[in-house]
Design a protein around this ligand. Structure first.
Ligand code: NAD
Length: 480
């Protein structure tokens, strides 16, 4: 089996110490590739290459950079089936989910290609006559991009595309579980015409590659998506060097179901939000907070739906939910099932592994009698596990939804406009949905969490990305 390489300073290179990491298919347990595992030294070389490439790339007119992004979008579309299959093979989500993610990445590149024509500054009224007062946006500098495994192409795309559009250069560290999709994205960017050094790929461990990026004084910005524990460690390091930092982290996202809700709709929303993507989304629904009167009917229907979901290898047709991404993640899911039982929550369905071959499968899992203070109601599990929590009324439901350290996404199922709008006012979450799952966001709209879900600095996606990836000069020109 060949060894896939990193891309540094315009060349594909092995790790300087020759070490590799295995890439494993979570549906079969098979090794599907070996990837060069970059060292701290390799990472420093990548940062230096990005620094060297910066002035030329930043100085290009926006529309010229846009042409490269536009071409990248076209190439993603042309290779969509192959990219989706690669993604499913290493991450496990179903082929349909993978294809949707790939097409989203295509759209992200199209969107930020447009930004190459739009991004600019403002003209501001001056205090004196014959004075032009304006702001001018410029690239921030070298950007470190550190991404998780659960969206192997969309998350890298929504960081790398705006970084490049606004004239920055990038050192990209994907999660070690999904290096192949990352490598293909980089291949596409090279083919689209990115000059050497503008994008650098460093696959490797958090301790070697991630730490080197976080500690570097040469980077101007670091955009991270991943767990709270790692995000906070990174922030402590970047703060020392005053590196602009964006952290998007975990969630424990609630869906509230009110008495007036359409129950089949509420169940569909909970299933899509909680079991879609095997529950491995930062915006996944892990708590459903239901008003007493409809709690039994809702829970019964949810259990039925969970039982009927077809779980299997995401490459096979008809499969609705793939495996956990790794043996470790499956172990975590199962441990939390044990914790939930120990805390006195009642397991209604699922909770056990599916012993089919060597893959890392777990059945969709529903607990009831979940109390808000339980660990399964407070901690991110990152698997297909929904806890049903009962609420006395709307106020109690919102209080329970907010009684947590995270604040990424939240939804409500109701036909009562007044309550829906009051929910939008009072919920502590960066993404608020009415009659929609907590998952799924529009790439042209700002995205980011509150509380422990985010560094609460800069939003991602849409035009909000410009704030993170540019810096502003204020220019006074006296021409009188
Ligand atoms: P993780 O935090 O373990 O890893 C994320 C990235 O950080 C990986 O590339 C990893 O190699 C790297 N890393 C690990 N240790 C590091 C260190 N010491 N220094 C620098 N980098 C280091 O997260 P994961 O398991 O890959 O992804 C799952 C997590 O991501 C969940 O908590 C999920 O909620 C979160 N997530 C958040 C969002 C969001 O937008 N809020 C989106 C997707 C996933």
């Amino acid at each position: 089996m060949s060894i896939f390489k990193n891309y540094i300073a315009g060349e594909w290179v092995g790790a300087s110490d020759g070490k590799t990491i295995e890439n494993i298919n979570p549906a079969t347990g098979e090794v599907i590739g070996y990837f060069a595992s970059a060292t701290a030294e390799d990472t420093k070389r990548a940062i230096a290459a990005a620094k060297e490439a910066l002035p030329k790339w930043a100085a290009l007119p926006g529309p010229s950079r846009a042409a490269v992004l536009d071409k990248a979008g076209q190439l993603i579309a042309a290779r969509a089936d192959e990219l989706a299959e690669t993604l499913t093979r290493e991450e496990g989500k179903t082929l349909a989910e993978a294809k949707a993610e790939v097409m989203r990445a295509r759209d992200i590149f199209k969107y930020y290609a447009g930004e190459g024509f739009r991004a600019g500054g403002d003209v501001i009224p001056a205090n004196t006559p014959d004075t032009l007062l304006f702001t001018k946006r410029e690239a921030l500098g070298v950007i470190a991009v550190i991404t998780p495994w659960n969206f192997p192409i969309a998350i890298p795309a929504w960081k790398i595309a705006p970084a490049l559009a606004y004239g920055n250069t990038v050192v990209f560290k994907p999660a070690s579980l999904v290096p192949h999709t990352a490598l293909k994205l980089v291949e596409i960017l090279i083919e689209a015409g990115l000059p050497p050094g503008v994008i650098n790929l460093v696959v490797g461990s958090g301790s070697a590659v991630g730490n080197t990026l976080a500690e570097s004084k040469e980077i101007a910005g670091l955009s991270f998506t991943g767990s709270y524990a790692v995000g906070v460690k990174i922030y402590e390091k970047t703060a020392r060097n005053l590196v602009r930092t964006q952290l998007e982290m975990g969630g424990k996202n609630p869906t509230i179901v009110l008495n007036d809700a359409n129950i089949p709709l509420a169940v569909d929303i909970a299933v899509r939000g909680g079991f879609g993507l095997t529950g491995q989304a930062c915006t996944a629904t892990s708590r459903v907070i239901v008003e007493e009167k409809v709690a039994d009917a809702f829970t019964q229907a949810l259990v039925e739906a969970a039982r009927n979901l077809k779980v299997g290898n995401g490459l096979e047709s008809g499969v609705q939910m793939g495996p956990a991404v790794s043996a470790e993640q499956l172990q975590t899911d199962l441990e939390y099932v044990g914790i939930g039982k120990g805390e006195g929550a009642k397991l209604l369905v699922g909770g056990e592994p599916i012993p089919a071959g060597a893959g890392f499968f777990i059945r969709p899992t529903v607990f009831e009698d979940v109390e808000p203070g339980m660990r399964i109601a407070q901690e991110e599990i990152f698997g297909p596990v929904i806890g049903v929590i009962r609420a006395k009324d709307f106020d109690d439901a919102v209080a329970k939804a907010n009684g947590i350290g995270f604040g990424l996404s939240a939804s409500i199922v109701t036909n009562d406009l007044n309550k829906a709008m009051r929910f939008a006012d009072r919920i502590e979450a960066g993404v608020v949905k009415v009659n929609e799952p907590t998952t799924g966001v529009a790439l042209q709209a700002p995205f980011g969490g509150f509380k422990g879900s985010s560094a609460n600095t800069f939003k991602e996606q849409g035009r909000a990305a410009m704030e993170f990836y540019t810096r502003t000069k204020t220019v006074y020109v006296k021409y009188g």
